[in-house]
Design a binder for this molecule. Sequence first.
Ligand code: ADP
Length: 620
Amino acid sequence: MSEEKFYFQTEAAELLKMMISSVYSNRDIFLRELISNASDALDKRRIETLKNSELAENTNPEIKIEINSDKKTLSVSDNGIGMTKDELIKYLGTIAKSGTKEFLQAVKNDANSQQELIGQFGVGFYSVFMVAEKVEVITRKLGTNETFKFTSDGTGSYTIEDAEQRNECGTTVTLYIKENKEDTEAKNYLEEWTIRDIITKYSDFISWPIIFKDKTVNSQKAIWQRPEKEITEEEYKEFYKHLTHDWRDPLTHIKINAEGSTNFKGLIFIPSEAPLELFMDPDAGGISLYINRVFIMNDCKVLMPQYLRFIRGVIDSEDLPLNISREILQEEPIIKVIRKSTQRKIFNEFKKLLEKDREKYIKLWTTFGKILKEGIVQDYEHAKNIFDISLFRTTNSDEWTTLSEYETRMKPGQEGIYCLAGRDNIEALKASPKLEPFINKGYEVLLMTDPVDDVILSQAGFILPAEAKKLLNISDDNVSAETEDEKKEIEKKIKALNEDFEPLKKKALEIFSEKLSDVKLSFSLTNSPACLRGGMSLQMEKMMQAMGQTMPAQKRILEFNAEHPVIKKLISLAKNNDEKVTDMLKILYDQSMILEGTIPDNPSEFVKRIDDLMSLIPGE
Ligand code: ADP
């Protein structure tokens, strides 16, 4: 095959451009990326040959690093799985990572945070272009006899051609180190001490030997097998980065050491920011399974419930057979034991963090709380545990609070924990008319803004143990801030108004026969003329409709503030059968939707009605 020219996918080319201009300050990590890739390739080869012993080649797996000061090259070789020509194009010519487009968009709009964003995204192989002016990849895939050479200077295109046959499968990546005058430091990557330093710092725990100048330079010790007190923070961080390809430090780690009927060790991490794929791919997972220090598989979903999918790490068991497959894993009782005990440990550690380092825990919660909370409705067994470590915003202050902290502030005789769910924006939620009676009476109300909160509120009654304080949704018609005596008083007042109110009520029920189950007068609202009650929040309803879910029509109650001038006027207009009542009712209904944080069903009609009303104001 003669040389063929290819163009990088647009997104890849844009990332490369950023790499060449080298916005990332810590360039050493290109070597960590290459060693990580080589190590992954050796893992993959081992697993392939386990499945198919005919593929086994009689060589020792290793990663070899060489420098050639005359040619000004640095190379990283492995005898791992290698790549076919198609794979070269797919893996090195394009970026399959979800969120690439969004990432590039974000970088374009905010040049200052390029560095931070690159760290978040992780650019893997492309990081070589921070230090190299040209890169060659020579590779032969396991089980094939073809060797290919990929060459690129990182500017838009690359070539692939046949290369001299490699003796064994694997890949050699050769960097031609930059030589320009402005970049005086790149040549350090041709120095023995620099390379040795980087390997020790970033890749000491790699489980395959890294050979440099004919000697193995890494200790190959699995970090999770070592005693906790021996491991430095730096080592934890570097291991995390190797494992996750995240460029940022983790928020925290948890060491697991289970001894008893089932022995296993583990090391798990909480990332400091949500990886991009987390919200885009609800199936993303991040636990690698090892058996007796041997890598078996990454992304082992059975080890973690879905709502802990943001956790990354390693679990290593002595008690599983080496040839275990993904399919039988699920049935394996040991896996269930490991999963259970890891979960318990995680909840305990989260609780400790909440008590000891509130600031860090708040960071964890603001990043992953949304996902963790899904567990309340997915995993009844741990629902209470999750409630205990959940943080909430409230009407009292801008601080986060736990349920038990809220309980200490409850007023004497308060029946339960008052909650209001809906809207993704806390400020909008704070403006809800439903809060008025509770705030007036000095009650604190939890403000819940995540999609899962509606479901939590509707199910809390049977999820929480009987002795726990009840969660009372103040949107429900039967939850009110008034005492029994006050309620009786109000009933009397309402009764007295009933006759006058009847024509308006009839009219409203006629207009909104599909949407309302009742129309009521109320004395608990203060500033707002009306609000909608009952059913799931309008936002939730819209979201479920958008997802194509069918559900029973949600009929709500429209509540009128009996003391509001607009309502007083409306009552009297309706009594006189005034034709403006219909428009006014429709405006009030749409207003109530807006206060719930949703757009009226027909915004242009709403606007037109308001305009018509304004045109009645006297003047030119
Ligand atoms: P990541 O490692 O995060 O997937 P990279 O850009 O570093 O991203 O690599 C892209 C892909 O190229 C890898 O997922 C792997 O499939 C392939 N690859 C890279 N280096 C090697 C190698 N030394 N041997 C085999 N495949 C490799």
